[in-house]
Ligand binder design. Structure first.
Ligand code: NVA
Length: 366
């Protein structure tokens, strides 16, 4: 039996990966933590329901572009099994009128070594999203005797998990930034809550963004679950909607990270990188002034690239400035037309979850 699951970082040579699917995707109804996370000027405020079929088809077409690039390079691509996401759900603690999607996988699955763990997301609408990946988990479990199939402690997501009326809609951008800088977020600390896309894996070190989707208790939980790793809480005060680290702080290879110039890592948190001769470079400007329609994310999905190995990276095809910068940084750039998949939950990194990268667990910050 072969080893199927192994990944310690975002840059070692990629051999097997999960790519999401847009089928049956829903804009979820408002719930305690979602309105705080949808920008006030977003056209998505107050609307919910199945996404238009034509956009789903186009999103899937974009994901097929990515699958083709990967397969042409010999990477094995696995796909989730979408559910009928527009079903109401319930647990003993809450009811929700709908689920969301199985895009993007990066939010749900965290691969560390031979373990893939389903996360403890704070959105109620994402509570059952992991089910789309369970057929794959079972396959890996059957085929790889070392695969550790794990589910993080499930949050209850009662009303106690959220600060209610945390953001009054009239709150200014400046006030949001003050709260972000003070690490005052919409979730409470009654239980660990985290999205896998807030975790940046670097061998022995895990850098985890404290923000709207991941709380402090999650950091404590990670450190106790992985006592042999160093867990670092990071935050980016310039981001009024801090959700997921991969359009903010993105490693390209050992020693090199690109950082969103509007969301700089604070000085004291840079120390560990500087002490170990890592270079933190400001990312190039996005090519677009606005995200596509019905998209949760910012234009900084320009940075949300998929590194195939320390010399090769896939960048969104229209992001010409980001491509140019990667090229200057010594990377071979493969463009991929993916922008119309952004509304479903993100860019190239978001749309994937690592299954196998060659390499082992190294200490990059000795
Ligand atoms: N919340 C981030 C996207 C993360 C993939 C942004 O909107 O820039």
């Amino acid at each position: 039996m072969a080893k199927i699951v192994n990944s310690w970082n975002d840059w070692d040579p990629l051999k097997r990966v999960i790519v999401g699917r847009c089928d049956n995707s829903v804009i979820p109804p408002e719930e305690p933590a979602t309105s705080e996370k949808v920008p006030v000027d977003s056209e998505m405020r107050g609307m919910w329901g199945l996404r238009p079929l034509a956009t789903v088809e186009r999103g899937n077409e974009c994901l097929e572009n990515l699958v083709k690039i990967l397969e042409d390079r010999g990477v094995v691509v696995d796909r989730p099994t979408p559910l009928q996401w527009n079903q109401a759900i319930g647990t003993p603690d809450f009811r929700n009128d709908s689920m969301m999607t199985c895009m993007p996988p990066r939010d749900i699955l965290l691969t560390i070594g031979s373990e893939i763990m389903a996360s403890a997301n704070s959105f109620r609408c994402r509570y059952f999203e992991y089910l789309a990946y369970w057929p794959l988990m079972k396959q890996y479990f059957d085929e790889d005797p070392e695969f550790k199939w794990t589910q993080a402690p499930r949050p209850r997501l009662t009303d106690a998990s959220y600060k209610h009326n945390y953001y009054d809609e009239k709150i200014s951008l400046e006030e949001r930034l003050v709260r972000t800088a003070n690490k005052d977020f919409v979730t409470t600390e009654v239980e660990p809550m985290w999205d896998a896309a807030d975790v940046m894996r670097m061998g022995k070190d895990l850098f985890i963004q404290h923000g709207l989707t991941t709380n402090r208790t999650a950091m404590d939980w990670f450190q106790r679950y992985y006592p042999e790793y160093r867990v670092h809480a990071v935050n980016f005060p310039g981001d009024p909607y801090p959700i997921h680290i991969d359009a903010t702080f993105v490693p390209l290879r050992p020693g090199l990270i690109i950082n969103n110039p509007h969301r700089k890592l604070p000085e004291e948190q840079r120390a560990i990188f500087e002490a170990n001769d890592w270079q933190i470079v400001e990312a190039a400007q996005p090519a677009h002034d606005e995200p596509p329609a019905l998209c949760y994310s910012s234009v900084w999905l320009s940075m949300n690239c998929l590194v195939l190995d320390p010399k090769t990276v896939i960048v969104e095809a229209s992001e010409v400035y980001q491509q140019e910068q990667m090229d200057k940084l010594g990377m071979n750039v493969i463009p991929c037309d993916l922008r119309d998949a952004y509304p479903f939950g993100g860019g190239l990194h978001c749309s994937t979850a690592d299954v196998y990268r060659e390499g082992e667990c190294l200490d990059y910050f000795p």
